[in-house]
Write a new protein. Structure first.
Lengths: 553, 247
């Protein structure tokens, strides 16, 4: 169906040397009805490839054939009814303010009669499971629903081939599962699907038939999905725990889950390791309530919790559970409406000069902080917060170097333009621009979202180090694997109230009750299945623990 | 919210009779109403207009809370008109001019509240299309307005988020004289512009990928159909406008 022949592309036409190319001699084919994944880290040339395959960009060299015809010779309308693209950010694909109006955009462009358009809209909304949102406005949809609408908006064009460019990168695990469910159905009905992504998820590996790995603009590996796992680590891709465990089962002839049914396991070693907290409490939140002007219900309801100094607290909960609103209270971005917050045993500053002092002590990193950079150089960006906090020249220079070292960027970055950095580097620079005020406590909202494994590790390690220096770390995350395995304490929120606060072992049951299994770490999902048939088996969430637990017998 | 009213200008579907009118009929009616309210001479005429406004809001089944919230951005303008007239003319004059402006604005606010953005854009497109013959970019203008209605709420959220982020980095946005304040806003404006341009780029790409090539050859899921009730609505508003103008 699609054949890429020696595609090369360079953004700089004057400097067409091989090294500076976004794509170098890329060749592959995709058969009709096949589902493949194009895998690559940030900056591997994936997005450029998507644009060329979708006919939105012409290759500098080589050609791309669709059903044997050169893509540049296919007329616009035929091309647009053959290949559809779903991009990363649903907000940038939805053009109309109402759900049905947006889904209708493509067939309207094709000049179809209105009856046919409506039939296609109904069919597409049905397929993506959004029929119940038919008459809603787009702003009332969740992120996952928006992305499904973007998908419906492509399906209504009746394309034969679907390209997804990091289409699930901005979604939470449940949103991702919902998209995956739709994709499986589409694939079954004969759609060709090309999924461009920075990591394969356990939920889609059995449906994806082939994998192509792109690195620095070149194809470094291609083959069947089951062969990919053997080489994945060498190619720089983490093996999801589910596969590591399956591999272990296979190599030890373990028949999952029957093998575990009658197994006698001594789980005392793993049962609720209670972490004694011997550090003072940093924040005490008592009966906090908060309501937005425009909303009927309280976003935060009688919430109480403690946040300990020198500990890493992860706040987890579904979308809309009040996580972000809570965190924005901690440096007085939201003023307390009712209840109280104590910071170092004193009431939290709410106005005047003390608020600025508070904001220096409690740094907040928003979601996608790289979108808030504004300076011409990284140095200026890092200087913003400490200057506002009144650091003198000497302190300022020292603080900038401190922040840079914290996030692991080299000194040479100081003179670079933040906009010219890669996505991951920009995220690090943005975090550094908060750390440069030398806060005692840092709160981050979804710090890992949209990053590839390399930068995720870098941030997790950085936060661990920050915590080990005696500072307090608070993260809001959908990534339960990171939350359970890296943080000391977990706070579970639901509908604006605390469900439980405690060490990962203490809260694990609560996590399972309050969050969908699709969001659980792989290890937890597997041990929960074993736990179902053998109550002696502990609920584990860490791969090493899991392996040591089953290898003791 | 530091940057309030995200729902500004947003369509509120209630399925009322007003909602189901052809957008062109609503545009025409609004045109008549505005051109008659503007020259309203006295409190008596204005009170009739107010009664009509109340009837309109009632018929649309939209709550006053929402109507007033959407009119919030023009409160500043109304206050300014009031103060200006108070000092330049008299208290009566000030009261009259500002309430006239207020009624006018509320009528205007009812249009986007009762008309889906795309419909509104289609209506404008249809009304402007004769101008297309003399080279006016009718479809493009209508599309632009439709897109603006879709993206304004999003950009407001975006602005709010950037303001918060810079405040937590210690930015002082509310101190100093006007020049200092403008300068203090650079850390908000620059990221905002970058976001707007990036979004514009990506939206253009996504639209092309969905086969958009401008207005020609495009059809509609819900083609505008002019019905008897639309003619009636226009005639009624025209009549009211003329009568109240002459009264």
């Amino acid at each position: 169906m699609i054949e890429a022949c020696s595609l090369s592309f360079s953004y700089n036409h004057h400097n067409n040397n091989i090294a500076g190319r976004a794509l170098k001699d890329v060749s592959f084919f995709v058969d009709e009805g096949e589902r493949i994944a194009i895998l690559g880290h940030n900056g591997s040339g994936k997005s450029t490839l998507v644009k060329i395959l979708g006919g939105l960009q012409e290759a500098s060299e080589g050609q791309c054939l669709i059903n044997g015809v050169n893509i540049s010779e296919i007329n616009f309308r035929d091309l647009r009814t053959t290949i559809g693209i779903v991009f990363q950010d649903p907000e940038n694909q939805i053009v109309a303010a109402m759900v049905e109006d947006d889904a209708a955009f493509a067939p309207e462009n094709q000049g179809l009669p209105s009856g046919e358009i409506q039939a296609r809209v109904d069919d597409a909304l049905q397929r993506v499971n959004l029929m119940h949102k038919q008459g809603s406005s787009v702003s009332a949809l969740s992120g996952g629903e928006k992305q499904r609408l973007a998908l419906a908006g492509v399906l209504t064009a009746h394309v034969k081939c679907l390209i997804l460019d990091e289409a699930t990168a901005m979604l939470d695990p449940v949103g991702r599962l919902n998209i995956e469910r739709v994709l499986k159905e589409l694939h079954k009905s004969g759609m060709t699907i090309i999924q461009v992504t920075h990591q394969l998820e356990p939920e889609n590996f059995d449906d994806i038939q082939r994998v192509i790995v792109l690195s620095h603009g070149e194809i470094i590996w291609q083959g069947a999905t089951q062969d990919f796992w053997a080489d994945s680590e060498a190619l720089g891709f983490d093996l999801p725990d589910e596969f590591r465990i399956k591999k272990y089962f296979d190599s030890h002839n373990i028949n999952f889950p029957d093998y575990f049914a009658s197994l006698n396991i001594n789980s005392s070693h793993y049962a609720s390791r209670e972490d004694s907290i011997n550090t003072p409490v940093k924040f005490v939140i008592n009966n906090l309530s908060f309501k937005y002007d425009d909303e009927k219900l309280q976003t935060i309801k009688n919430l109480s919790a403690s946040i300990y100094s020198g500990q890493w607290l992860s706040i987890v909960g579904r979308t809309g559970s009040g996580k972000s609103t809570l965190v924005q209270h901690l440096n007085a971005l939201y003023k307390i409406q009712s209840g109280e917050i104590l910071f170092d045993s004193k009431p939290l500053a709410q106005k005047g000069k003390e608020v600025y002092e508070l904001r220096q002590k409690v740094g907040l990193v928003f979601q996608h902080p790289e979108d808030q950079l504004f300076s011409l150089t990284v140095r200026d960006e890092l200087a913003f917060a400490p200057k506002n906090a009144g650091f003198n020249k000497h302190e300022l220079d020292e603080a900038i170097l401190y922040a840079l070292e914290c996030v692991g960027l080299e000194k040479s970055f100081l003179d670079r333009n933040p906009l010219a950095l890669s996505g991951g580097e920009r995220r690090l620079a943005a975090i550094a621009s908060v750390l440069s005020a030398k806060p005692e406590c840092i709160a981050l909202d979804e710090p890992l979202a949209g990053l590839d494994a390399h930068y995720q590790h870098q941030i997790l390690n950085m936060l661990t180090k920050f915590k080990n220096d005696g500072k307090t770390v608070i993260t809001i995350t959908h990534d339960l694997n990171a939350a359970l395995n890296y943080s000391d304490r977990i706070l579970i929120l639901r509908d604006g109230s605390t469900i439980q606060e405690g060490s990962p072992d203490e809260v694990i049951k609560s996590v399972m009750q309050n969050l969908e299994s699709g969001a659980w770490p792989d290890v937890l999902r597997i041990s929960a299945k074993i736990h179902e048939i053998n109550k002696n088996f502990p609920l584990l969430y860490n791969y090493e623990d899991f392996i040591s637990c089953i290898s003791q017998v | 919210m530091y940057f309030t009213s995200i729902n500004l200008g947003q369509y509120v579907p209630t399925g009322s009779f007003i909602h189901r009118l052809d957008p062109r009929a609503k545009l025409f009616s609004l045109l008549f109403i505005v051109s008659a309210v503007f020259p309203a001479k006295n409190f008596f005429i204005l009170s009739i207009w107010t009664a009509l406004l109340i009837a309109l809001v009632w018929a649309s089944k939209i709550s006053w809370h929402i109507v007033l919230r959407d009119a919030r951005p023009v409160f500043f303008l109304i206050a300014f008109t009031f103060i200006f007239n108070l000092f330049a003319v008299s208290l009566t004059r000030a009261l009259f001019t500002s309430s006239r402006l207020f009624v006018l604005m509320l009528f205007a606010v009812m249009l986007p509240l009762t008309t889906a953005p795309l419909e509104l854009a289609d209506g404008l497109d249809a009304l402007l299309s004769p101008l297309g013959k003399i080279g006016f970019p009718a479809h493009e203008s209508a599309m632009m307005i439709g897109m603006a209605l879709r993206f304004i709420p999003l950009l407001m959220q975006e602005t709010d988020k950037i303001i918060r982020a810079q405040l937590s980095r210690g930015a002082r946005l509310d101190q100093g004289n006007i020049f200092q304040r403008v300068k203090a806003f650079f850390p908000v404006l620059i990221p905002l512009f970058i976001i707007i341009f990036r979004r514009a780029d990506e939206i253009a790409l996504a639209m092309e990928a969905r086969g958009y090539e401008g207005g020609s050859g495009r059809t509609r899921r819900r083609p505008l159909v002019w019905k008897v009730k639309d003619s009636l609505a226009v005639i009624v508003s025209a009549l009211i406008a003329v009568i109240l103008l002459l009264a």
